[in-house]
Design a protein around this ligand. Structure first.
Ligand SMILES: NC(=O)c1ccc[n+]([C@@H]2O[C@H](COP(=O)([O-])OP(=O)(O)OC[C@H]3O[C@@H](n4cnc5c(N)ncnc54)[C@H](O)[C@@H]3O)[C@@H](O)[C@H]2O)c1
Length: 304
């Protein structure tokens, strides 16, 4: 059945991929985004369904949500790029915590709200050489992870107070079209699409669990359609790839070799060597399996 869905941060990278699927499923989508990182052109909704608004604007968030009176709220708006958060800790804390409080408080007034979704992150976990399960002890290493852990706790409080079904997903490393932040894969993509075959990158050895936004969107929608009342799930692919392996995937897709040069300016002084999701809980809860491997995903990024 068609639902009215508000997506905060809907003009961003993951939000726009998710909205595409939600529209295909016949839902009516309303976007709240201040376009600080997102792009209006990423989302195919009419202007009267797109609200350029900052989640720090408490009064406007309250009135917008009350006017729409949605069935679901999917809260993705956040400051997300870790180096940016480290450089702007007050802004990150303000948007990711105070902004989340504003969205949640506005949700408390809604009569029809049946589901709330909060986008958390793998950055709530400490360094681990193995795949992390949801029960793994939590210990964010940076301000971004700290703000997201706060969001998880605020979401849980919201559920306990209102009884509204609340899903929290800890996203691992998303990749796909329309990236908004200079993460590893879009950085490789940008240089390759400029025709460079010698590319400049930072740390080469860390491994990450890269999941395509296509599979991410499918999982989020399956969770939202499930009967789960309140729970937390890892959302990754369950496979980790090093930077070199990602570059090899670009080589296979191009049929050309690529030389990597390390740029000292891009090297992070501290970096996790591994960040891998144990996704067994998600798979058994909703029967979801990722469909797109790294090669199929990289195909969506190359301009030929
Ligand atoms: N991309 C990933 O790999 C990843 C991993 C873990 C968690 N996440 C989380 O998933 C969510 C979506 O991430 P993304 O990769 O699409 O990032 P993104 O930056 O593309 O999307 C976030 C959106 O929020 C909007 N926004 C930022 N501050 C706002 C504010 N004050 N008011 C209103 N809108 C605001 C931005 O304009 C942007 O469109 C975020 O909550 C992020 O923390 C992403």
């Amino acid at each position: 059945m068609s639902k009215k869905i508000v997506v905060t941060g809907g003009a961003g990278f993951i939000g726009s991929a998710l909205i595409k699927h939600l529209i295909e499923d016949g839902h009516e989508i309303f976007v709240i985004d201040n376009l600080s990182f997102g792009n209006r052109d990423f989302v195919d909704v009419d202007n009267d369904h797109f609200f350029e608004c900052d989640i720090l604007d408490r009064g406007r968030i309250h009135s917008l949500l009350a006017d729409v009176n949605p069935d679901w709220v999917i809260h993705l708006a956040a400051i997300h790029f870790i180096p940016y958060c480290n450089e702007h800790p007050f802004e990150a804390a303000d948007i990711n915590i105070r902004g989340t409080i504003n969205v949640i408080d506005a949700c408390k007034q809604l009569e029809n709200l049946k589901r709330f979704f909060f986008a958390s992150t793998a950055a709530v976990y400490p360094i681990s050489d193995d795949a992390v399960h949801e029960e793994h002890p939590l210990c964010p290493l940076d301000i971004y992870g700290l703000t997201k852990l706060s969001g998880e706790r605020l979401s849980r409080e919201f559920h306990l107070e209102t009884g509204v079904s609340t899903i929290v997903c800890r996203f691992f490393n998303a990749f796909g079209p329309n990236e908004t932040n200079p993460h590893l894969i879009p950085e490789i993509q940008k240089q390759i699409n400029l025709g460079m075959r010698t590319i400049q990158l930072g740390n080469l050895d860390p491994k990450r669990d890269f999941i395509h936004t296509y599979d991410m969107a499918r999982a989020v929608i399956a969770l939202m359609n499930s009967n789960i009342d309140h729970d937390i799930f890892n959302l990754g692919r369950g496979i980790e790839y090093s930077v070199r392996e990602i570059v090899e995937s670009f080589e296979r897709e191009l049929g050309e070799s690529i030389t990597i040069e390390q740029d000292p300016e891009r090297i992070r002084k501290t970096d996790r060597m591994h960040l891998l999701a144990d996704v067994s809980k998600l798979k058994s809860a909703i029967g979801w399996e990722p469909e797109w491997g790294i090669d199929q995903g990289v195909k969506t990024l190359i301009n030929k």
